[in-house]
Design a protein around this ligand. Structure first.
Ligand code: MN
Ligand code: MN
Length: 468
């Protein structure tokens, strides 16, 4: 009996819940890390805020802007800020860069509701804002919840005006009103995907008129007056603004056991934070460690702050230049010997919607960081598949560091699917593998992660940077 039990344990790949047999010390570390993580995501709700938070943390930890360095030597810690929206950083190793680097790439943009550029209007004495959603959202989830307004207005003079309204307890918030059920007979008969339509995502910003009965659009005028008094902007300034509405909700522990985190933007700031924390304290590396925190992932990687941009190549070329190792094709040579984790969240198995998951290959919360060999749709179409050699190497890294991992696949065969920046990194010639954190309710205003998995990603990524 005992013997067969032992044999089974030896031969099976049983994925046990990570919380079993945990020491109090480890539990404390996990809880502490989750607290720091929640603090980070609460002040990093847009890509620009995440950029600023990351830059602050880097400077506090001895990283310097690469522009300030003429030459780089082993142990140097540098970063490159790309237009305040994406940021790359490196810790220089003792081996030549041409031997390849160890990189981790995550994204700091998240699904949200942007404004159109002529957003403000008055209708029946409500002031409202027209919106354009960003990324893949289930639109009905974003109605009748508190929303905060984050972003910048830029004047033709170049003056930038930062706006954050709705995060302080004292601040007002905003919301998108949905129809009451009593009158929603027709709406409720719509398909869920059209339950709330894109053009129905109109944000309420005011209902009190400017105190002059003789004018029209007095509520709109009052809103503009308030904005003008506080920020000095006029209606045309929306034209050159990036205003993002995000849930005005703080990240909190979830469950009686506080084992989970609920919060906005965990796709992909959970992996971003783990990748950042992992690189902060590295020293005496052989291979150079590189962390990529990119923008525009949720809308297809394009744009000069997205992963498709050559700006990252420029940063890597600067590393070559400043270590005096550049030469024709050096970039390609370096990439061809580099290994990179595409650190992005995966769908966690949800027992309420069991039918869309394939249980034997799903990611489970509390069972560690995922290893995703391939994504894509249908017959692996457009998948950036990691080689089994690369999977084996990552297993080795995680095993040696005592990191709990699980092999997973986002979707059932022929049921949806998707891709990550892995394909872009693979295009550069690097060995890429997806490895991230399972999330429930991905792309919703309040995503859910396991504190256990958050911590596994951190220690796993830190070990990968050090991998020789
Ligand atoms: Mn993502
Ligand atoms: Mn996403």
């Amino acid at each position: 009996m005992e013997e067969t039990k032992y044999l089974k344990e030896k031969l099976f790949n049983d994925k046990k819940n990570g919380w079993f047999r945990m020491t109090d010390e480890m539990s404390d570390k996990i809880m502490q890390y989750a607290e720091e993580y929640m603090y980070f995501i609460n002040r990093s709700k847009t890509e620009k805020e995440a950029f600023n938070s990351v830059k602050d943390i880097l400077i506090k930890n001895g990283f310097v802007d690469i522009a300030e360095k003429e030459e780089l030597v082993p142990g140097d810690k540098v970063f490159f800020g790309n237009r305040n929206r994406s940021i790359y950083m490196a810790v220089i190793g003792s081996e030549p860069l041409l031997n390849g680097v160890r990189a981790i790439g995550a994204h700091i943009d998240s699904p949200r509701i942007d404004l159109k550029q002529n957003p403000l209007y008055e209708e029946n004495e409500f002031a409202m804002l027209k919106t354009q959603y960003y990324g893949g959202i289930k639109k009905y989830q974003w109605t009748n919840i508190p929303l905060a307004m984050h972003g910048i207005f830029v004047k033709p003079t170049g003056e930038k005006i930062n706006v954050v309204i709705g995060e302080d307890e004292e601040d007002p918030v905003f919301t998108i009103s949905d129809l009451l059920p009593h009158l929603a007979q027709d709406q409720l008969a719509r398909k869920l995907s059209e339950g709330v339509k894109g053009e129905e995502l109109n944000i309420l910003v005011g209902s009190r008129p400017y105190d002059d009965e003789s004018i029209t659009e007095a509520v709109k005028l009052n809103v503009l007056k308030l904005l003008n008094d506080k920020y000095g902007i006029t209606e045309i300034d929306f034209t050159s603004s990036e205003i993002e509405f995000v849930p005005a909700l703080k990240a909190r522990s979830i469950g009686l056991d506080s084992s989970m985190v609920g919060g906005y933007g965990q796709d992909d700031r959970s992996c971003s934070y783990a990748a950042l924390r992992g690189i902060l304290n590295l020293s005496e590396l052989k291979k150079t460690a590189v962390c990529i925190l990119t923008d525009k992932e949720e809308i297809g990687f394009m744009g000069n702050t997205g992963m498709e941009s050559r700006t990252f190549d420029f940063f890597m070329a600067e590393l070559l230049n400043k270590t005096n190792s550049n030469k024709p094709n050096a970039l390609e040579e370096m990439y061809s010997k580099s290994k990179v984790i595409s650190a992005d969240v995966d769908a966690a198995y949800d027992p309420t919607y069991a039918s869309v998951f394939e249980k034997r290959n799903s990611a489970f919360m509390g069972k560690g960081v995922t290893i995703v060999k391939f994504g894509g749709v249908k017959g692996k179409a457009n998948a950036s598949e990691a080689s089994c050699e690369m999977v084996a190497e990552l297993r080795d890294v995680y095993d040696k560091a005592g990191v709990k991992y699980q092999s997973s696949q986002l979707h059932k065969v022929d049921q949806g699917g998707g891709g990550t920046i892995a394909m872009v990194l693979a295009n550069k010639g690097m060995d890429v593998i997806d490895s991230g954190i399972p999330i429930l309710g991905m792309h919703s205003p309040y995503e859910i992660s396991s504190k256990y998995d958050l911590y596994q990603a951190f220690i796993g990524y830190e070990a990968f940077y050090k991998y020789e």
